[in-house]
Design a protein around this ligand. Structure first.
Ligand SMILES: [Zn+2]
Length: 102
């Protein structure tokens, strides 16, 4: 048998997971946006799919993740304390250029 606290805890865990998925989707979108204009990344990033197709697919996925996170947060009614995931600080999107500096 589940009590109210168990239900809230489960909803918090689902909200935290949805937040992480949303952040991951944003990171993918940023990487694609970078690769679209980077001569070193574009050839490998877009070997199988056109940049516009890759971007619209990633953008659609990001919207699904954003909506899921927003809906769970609305259901929960508060921001979980564990919701501390953050974007990497100062990380260069182009590791190819970053490692080639001499
Ligand atoms: Zn690059």
């Amino acid at each position: 048998m589940h009590d109210a606290a168990d239900g809230t805890r489960a909803l918090e865990q689902r909200t935290i997971a949805a937040h992480r998925a949303y952040l991951d989707a944003l990171i993918v979108l940023e990487r694609i946006a970078h690769a679209a204009t980077c001569p070193k990344c574009a050839p490998t990033e877009f070997a199988d799919v056109a940049p516009t197709q890759a971007h619209s697919t990633a953008d659609a996925h990001k919207e699904v993740c954003r909506t899921a996170f927003r809906d769970l947060l609305g259901q929960l009614g508060h921001i979980p304390r564990e919701l501390t995931a953050a974007l990497p600080k100062g990380e260069a999107w182009c590791t190819k250029q970053a490692t080639n500096i001499e």
